[in-house]
Design a protein around this ligand. Structure first.
Ligand SMILES: Nc1nc2c(ncn2[C@@H]2O[C@H](COP(=O)(O)OP(=O)(O)OP(=O)(O)O)[C@@H](O)[C@H]2O)c(=O)[nH]1
Length: 478
């Protein structure tokens, strides 16, 4: 769909980079095309590479010491220099568990669980294998989920927050997962020597956890859950998992629903597992079996913005966008917000704060970045691709106005944006309709308190449209 914004003049990224001496020879692609329903392949090169993989397309080389001067000319380290050296885990490996941080707190004592051998627990979708792109260029996963937990929200709905590690940087990138149908393959994958409680702690269960009587919140108590099953059965009607081994017989109670479906018997360990379901299981089963939506999932790839999301800043609409994305996914009952820790379009919070001072002098967001010797936009999307691949999302409806984001997410990947879902800034939508933003807000009812408006926001948005190709119609009054 062509919008008014499509016809606006813009400065392509390569031209912007030519304005910057550091990036003069960098970019090789960028074409404008409209995004509606489409499926096409790209043959242009990935814009950003880590230092390990980069050859001729190393877009942001680490400046040489001689190029480092002071003040506005001081370059900052590029992402490529931040790439850490830990190898990503091979999901197909049966012996490596190096990426899982040891628990900081002493584990609950679960003697019987300790004897459960690998293979006993099988996740519902534990078929994760390293992903390979169309070009076959990437064998190892880029991102893997280390933990997940339920987050209830004030309106009673909830989502599962997924924590991701990755092969590109040391940051904790996130995925807000709405609905039960979307699962992380790396999370569900069985890890060597893990116990059921290990899996519960990292969130590798289906359904919902429930309180157990054994969870006494006091130190100096025996937190062993053995020999307490009869008590649980009588009083709590909770899901009980009975584990029997060759040498010992005892029972461990876990409050996971549907855990029986994650268990199988291994002959090697001569272990059997039986789930004894409580009376309230039916209700929970309904929750855990939410019908997977047949429609393509809604996805938002959101970049961190401390000022806009936490700091009540009216310089940008980042907080409003995050709220809007979450609201829509609640309404649809499914979807994923991939939350990337690339603050300030990848330049970091400190540098963005410097950029704000330059903006107060009259420079726009693009020029302020360039004057700080940054690219106009230094974000990369390999981690987002890795997260989407891990969540088995290769056909998505993407909430964005940014064509570059669509190009980057499809690049060298099987992921296809089958639909772009626009995000109209609330204040501009109100302007278009000739109403006060506050009226609009009330009318829509979707936005709580993050709607932003004002001259600074208008300027920020116009720069996105005019210089960064964002597909937002500028209100006639502006
Ligand atoms: N360098 C810089 N970054 C900013 C500024 N204002 C917001 N950001 C960052 O911009 C990022 C959001 O990018 P946007 O260009 O607003 O939007 P987008 O994600 O590219 O596009 P949409 O998907 O349509 O929202 C976040 O990381 C913010 O921290 C600014 O003035 N300077």
């Amino acid at each position: 769909m062509m919008t008014a914004a499509d016809t606006q003049e813009y400065i392509p990224r390569n031209l912007m980079d030519h304005m910057n001496p550091y990036f003069a020879k960098q970019h090789h692609h960028h074409h404008a095309h409209s995004y509606g329903h489409h499926s096409h392949s790209h043959n242009h090169s990935r814009r950003h590479h880590t230092s390990e993989t980069s050859t001729s397309h190393n877009v942001y080389p680490t400046p040489t010491p001689s190029s480092c001067t002071s003040g506005l000319q001081t370059p900052v380290p590029r992402r490529s220099s931040l790439a850490h050296t830990d190898p990503p885990p091979s999901l197909s490996s049966s012996s490596s568990n190096s990426y899982n941080t040891p628990p900081a707190t002493p584990p609950l004592s679960l003697p019987l669980s300790q004897v459960i051998t690998p293979g006993l627990v099988q996740a519902t979708s534990a078929t994760a294998t390293a992903t390979t792109t169309e070009a076959g260029s990437r064998k190892e996963p880029v991102a893997w989920c280390t933990a997940r937990a339920r987050i209830p929200t004030p309106d009673g709905s909830e989502y599962f927050l997924h924590i991701y590690e990755n092969s590109q940087d040391k940051k904790e990138h996130l995925a807000f997962v709405f609905g039960d149908a979307i699962r992380s393959r790396s999370l569900d994958k069985v890890q060597p020597n893990e116990t059921e409680m290990d899996r519960v702690k990292r969130g590798a269960y289906t359904g919902r956890l429930r309180p157990i009587p054994a969870a006494v919140n006091a130190i100096g108590v025996d937190h062993s859950l053995t020999n307490t099953l009869p008590l649980f059965q009588e009083q709590e009607q909770t899901t009980a998992l009975m584990v029997e081994t060759e040498s010992t017989t005892a029972t461990t109670v876990l409050s996971t629903d549907s855990i029986s479906s994650t268990m199988t018997t291994t002959t090697a360990a001569r272990t059997t597992a039986t789930a004894l379901m409580g009376q309230d299981q039916e209700e929970d089963t309904v929750m855990s079996m939410a019908t997977p939506s047949s429609s393509t999932p809604l996805v938002r790839i959101h970049s961190e913005c401390f000022t806009g999301e936490i700091g009540h800043s009216a310089r940008c609409d980042c907080g409003e966008q995050l709220d809007e994305a979450i609201q829509r996914m609640k309404e649809e009952g499914a979807g994923v917000v991939v939350y990337l820790r690339q603050e300030g379009r990848g330049i970091g919070l400190g540098e963005k704060i410097k950029a704000y001072n330059l903006q107060d002098l009259g420079y726009d967001t693009v020029m302020a970045n360039l004057l700080l010797n940054h690219g106009a936009d230094e974000r990369t999307y390999e981690v987002a691709q890795g997260i989407l691949e891990d969540l088995s999302l290769d056909q998505i409806r993407l909430l964005t106005n940014n064509p570059d984001k669509i190009e980057q997410i499809e690049l060298d990947s099987q992921i296809r944006v089958v639909e772009r879902v626009p995000m109209m800034p609330k204040s501009w939508e109100a302007l278009e309709q000739g109403v006060e933003a506050s009226e609009f807000e009330v009318k829509e009812g979707a936005v709580e308190n993050k709607t932003v408006k004002g001259k600074e926001l208008d300027r920020y948005l116009k720069v996105k449209v005019e210089r960064m190709r964002h597909m937002i119609p500028i209100p006639g009054v502006l």
